[in-house]
Design a protein around this ligand. Sequence first.
Ligand SMILES: Nc1ncnc2c1ncn2[C@@H]1O[C@H](COP(=O)(O)OP(=O)(O)OP(=O)(O)O)[C@@H](O)[C@H]1O
Ligand SMILES: [Mg+2]
Length: 481
Amino acid sequence: MMGEMWAQTGSVIASVMFVAAIFQQYLPRQLRYHVERYTQKLVSFVYPYIQISFDEFTNDFRKRSEIYSAIQSYLSAKSSTRAKRLKAHDVKDSKSVVLGMDDNEEVTDEFQGINLSWASRKRTKNQTSFSFYPQADEKNHYTLTFHRRHRDIITGSYLDYVIKEGKAISVSNRQRKLYINNPTQNWYSYRGTKWSHVVFEHPASFETLAMDPKKKEEIVNDLIKFRKGKEYYAKIGKPWKRGYLLYGPPGTGKSTMIAAMSNFMDYDVYDLELTTVKDNAELRKLLIDTPNKSIIVIEDIDCSLDLTGQRKKKKEKDEEDKEENKDPVRKMREDQENTQSKVTLSGLLNFIDGIWSACGGERLIVFTTNYVEKLDPALIRRGRMDKHIELSYCCFEAFKVLARNYLDLDSHELFETIARLLGETNMTPADVAENLMPKSVIPDAESCLKNLIEALEAAKEKARMMAEDEAKSEAEEAAKL
Ligand SMILES: Nc1ncnc2c1ncn2[C@@H]1O[C@H](COP(=O)(O)OP(=O)(O)OP(=O)(O)O)[C@@H](O)[C@H]1O
Ligand SMILES: [Mg+2]
């Protein structure tokens, strides 16, 4: 109804303008100017609609307008169901083809009871010379048309809403990436960049992660709270970031949990290899280069650097420096060693809570370690690493998740024996999972469970023998004394 009325009004106006344009050609120049002015005044008086256009490229044609891209994503959701002629876009970093309106197609939208219409238009300039920027000769733009009495709402809240929604749609369509830092010496080589990336398609999820369900729920809730926490962090005056320390023996699912976090949050992963970072300044550059909605990961923090001993060493060195007559060759060698190294504990601490960390926001920082007790307390104190998560040996609840994942089993008469054995011996989820893998082509759940029971019994026996040996050698030591 509304559309028809607009179309009618539009065609009347177009006819008036057409007649005026023909008429103008026969008038002297000054008169033509006045006629043009008055025609436009008349049109704006009769035609109560306002049009806003959004160009695809910024003025210098080099950069695609962010607003245009956001509108495109917003309209792709509407036009794929409403418009009749669609156009497939190959949008960079998008998981799938993005469908948008074809040129000169229109879709309507509604906002707080107000009807509006969007149209996709293309202006082609006459090509007179060779151009480095072919887009410059084809100007795509969207036009938004609405009644002038809604001007304030549309230019205020509606446009904000469209851009926010559009950006959210682009994020959810985005292909997630795993970034790895390049060694510093390669940054300035041909096409050298700080981070290289590959497409990240890890299948891990919190559903398939084997761990105590209560702990898992706590972590998921913590992540949800963080994701929704923009205003909260602003209110308490803290940068929007959160640190997790994942610790536990090898094979308990620390790396798997990081993948699950990334899938759950829809964040890119920045896997930071500290041993290839030259010094603290380079570390800062790398981190400033990470955008928001990312997880910065430092795996095996205890092995990456001699972080634990850094402070102590420094103190020792200071003492040594006091020695008056120091061998100059030795001093030179030591100086060289020092320049080779690299990132210090204080550099890393600055990264976690330094001033830069407030840039952008919405970042998770995850450290993993096998030996939490070895870490410097300064690194893991509350406020730096907000949450300490222990990933431990497989408990019965975790086993049930694995049995469901690997064998599609929720219960079985052998579960009771497995529960008992898991209580008596330590086995990592990685080992339990390995034993649950079907060994034959035709999967047989029962034989897989029996395999696991055998492995658990063997592990229990091994642990018993080791304990006996230890007790024996302790007794021998005591006898010697
Ligand atoms: N809690 C778990 N839930 C599901 N699968 C797991 C779990 N823990 C380990 N696995 C399986 O074992 C493999 C190894 O686990 P993962 O790499 O996450 O261990 P990790 O704790 O990071 O070990 P490391 O300390 O050696 O880095 C994974 O590929 C996964 O299939
Ligand atoms: Mg790991």
